[in-house]
Design a protein around this ligand. Structure first.
Ligand SMILES: *Cc1c(COP(=O)(O)O)cnc(C)c1O
Length: 430
């Protein structure tokens, strides 16, 4: 058994200073029970905790580290940038350089603004959509996560396309009232919402590949329907690609579906491990942002040289070939996991798109949030702990996504598949 004493002690102390001992809730391991690991360092595909245990890491800071931990080029670029000063609050050429790179990879992002998180990107995109259309209502899908701003924190937890006022405490009722929720992949549901509310809807925001309830790809029909309905109603289509951009595919999920959204939000990989978010899209819409237009947006540290360097030194190393290899590795891994589950008679459904992957302890298809909820989360919790014992660090929740990096080796993948088999053995025999 691995010893986690130092992490336990550190967690206890942290709980005296931060709610739940953490600065973001899923880190607290509440979904799987037990105490979170405190990390000392990472390199490539591996992390080491403060007890000296090492793990093959598939969380990768929840997605950003597509080149693995402490990539040599990223580290030296950041060191050089730091020596020149971390922020000026004045323009630098780095911002344009990163913007150019982003538009080259995701051409629908004709103009953009850099921000400091995915939450800020989606929040700003929603404000822009409302300001541009002079409408208030937005539509989101149940189980899609778009950060924690008020308008987007609405989660109906029901399968009905209805007005929803069940939200986090602290979200004003009136704001929640303007957020309509629909089950993911529900074509009839979204059509009904547009029939009833079409002229009042400012925007539909969607994760084209959902990654915040495990990985669930949107169907082509579903996303085509969103494109058509929004166009017909004069509403905007926002693809939240904070996770799927540079993850589901090099050219973002929109390239897989051949759909051009009006606005796109990016985050995670776009900062290469530093805090960066981006919202952008059609030039005629983006020109409504201050100071060109009157939809307000600002940020003290937006586009700071350190963050831009994190993004540039990462994106500059990405290319189609790298994605081809990472996708092949991901496919091999999930096929091994599926085979391990089958060999041990454990019902398991695996999903993967590009470098995003997850597994559900569920014998049935998983196409929306209700399906995910029907998975065996108790088994997931036990299984997660077994994986830790086997030296595999995966997302500590059935409702999250795992990732692949360019640094994961074939041996890492073989070791991981072996660990899944050993974890099934341990649970079957325990
Ligand atoms: C992570 C995520 C966000 C929020 O980004 P933060 O940087 O955590 O604020 C928004 N949308 C999606 C799809 C995400 O995966």
């Amino acid at each position: 058994m691995k010893n986690f004493d130092n992490s336990k002690r550190a967690f206890k102390e942290a709980q005296g200073y931060m709610p739940g001992g953490v600065n973001s809730p899923v880190r607290a391991f509440k979904n799987v029970g037990g105490d979170p690991l405190f990390i000392k360092q990472g390199k490539g595909s591996h992390i080491e905790d403060i007890d000296g245990n090492t793990f093959i890491d598939y969380v990768l800071s929840w997605g950003p580290l597509i080149l693995g931990h402490a990539d040599d080029e990223v580290v030296s670029a950041l060191q050089a940038a730091t020596a020149k000063g971390t922020s000026y609050g004045a323009p630098t050429e780095l911002e344009t350089e990163l913007a150019k790179k982003i538009r080259e990879i995701v051409p629908s992002v004709e103009m953009m603004r850099m921000v400091s998180s995915g939450t800020e990107a989606t929040m700003s995109a929603i404000r822009l959509a409302r300001g541009y259309t002079h409408r208030d209502k937005i539509v989101k899908f149940i189980g899609n996560y778009h950060g924690h701003s008020d308008s987007l924190l609405v989660d109906a937890g029901s399968g009905l396309a209805t007005f929803n006022i069940n939200t986090s405490p602290g979200v004003p009722k009136d704001l929640a009232y303007d957020t309509l929720t629909v089950p993911y992949n529900d074509v009839d549901g979204i059509k009904a919402v547009f029939e009833k509310n079409g002229p009042e809807i400012a925007a539909v925001i969607v994760e084209p590949i959902a990654g915040n309830m495990g990985v669930i790809p949107g169907t082509q029909e579903f996303l085509d329907t969103l494109r058509q309905l929004t166009t017909d109603a004069g509403a905007l289509l926002i693809f939240d690609e904070v996770m799927s951009g540079f993850r589901a595919a090099y050219h973002a999920a929109q390239s897989l579906y051949h759909i051009k959204p009006d606005l796109t939000t990016l985050g995670k990989v776009v900062g290469g491990g530093l805090p960066v978010g981006v919202f952008g899209g059609r030039r005629d819409i983006m020109e409504h942002i201050t100071p060109d237009g009157n939809v307000y947006h600002a940020g003290t540290l937006s586009g700071n040289p350190l963050a831009m360097t994190g993004g540039l030194s990462t994106l500059n190393q990405l290319n189609d070939n790298l994605y081809h290899n990472m996708t092949a590795k991901t496919t091999r891994l999930v096929e091994g996991i599926k085979a391990a589950g089958d060999a041990h008679n454990v019902p398991i459904t695996v999903h993967h798109v590009g470098t995003m992957w997850s597994y559900f302890f569920n014998a049935d298809p998983v196409d929306n949030f209700a399906d995910v909820q029907a998975s065996d989360v108790d088994y997931f919790a036990k299984f997660f702990k077994q994986l830790l014992q086997q030296g595999i660090y995966t997302a500590p929740s059935q409702f999250e996504t795992n990732f692949m990096s360019s640094k994961h080796t074939n041996k890492d993948i073989d070791d991981t598949i072996q660990a899944f088999n050993d974890a099934f053995d341990a649970l079957n025999n325990g």
